[in-house]
Design a protein around this ligand. Sequence first.
Ligand code: 5GP
Length: 159
Amino acid sequence: MARQITRDFRGQRVHLVGVLKGACIFLSDLIREISLETSIDFIAVSSYGKRREASGQVRVLKDLDSSIAGLNVILVEDILDTGLTLNYLLRILRQRKPKTMRVAALLDKPARRRRPVSADYVGFTIPDEFVVGYGLDYAERYRNLKDVCVLTRNHRHVH
Ligand code: 5GP
């Protein structure tokens, strides 16, 4: 993915916007493989919940530190699921007039899509399973797992 980004933006700077918290480990690995001038910022949105999924509502918990006007923005997401989060983020970030806007997602679960959005760079397309590890959590746990793992039903309780 980093090689592709490096080819696509040859001679230019890319501004990576990580969607907290899930994308932090992926972003850290991705940016080290990009051979271009780079800069980083982060945005945090309300976390996944049954009620949010039903309402389709997303909320910004922490906004970007600086302007993205005129920049080649690459929004770095951990996983693209229903598309509600990405749909919302693209809408608010496009209003800020970036030069270009691309999406890099480590994982894509197209089976559950509810908004017509897609990522320009996808690491892995996966089936409809709940995954944790490599930055992805279940109630803040498991982010430190080195691999992306399927969380089975009998592990879905908070200790
Ligand atoms: P969407 O808005 O596309 O439905 O969901 C995006 C967000 O939901 C992701 O950034 C992630 O935080 C969360 N999410 C969706 N699917 C999974 C999953 O399988 N595992 C984990 N840990 N989070 C997920």
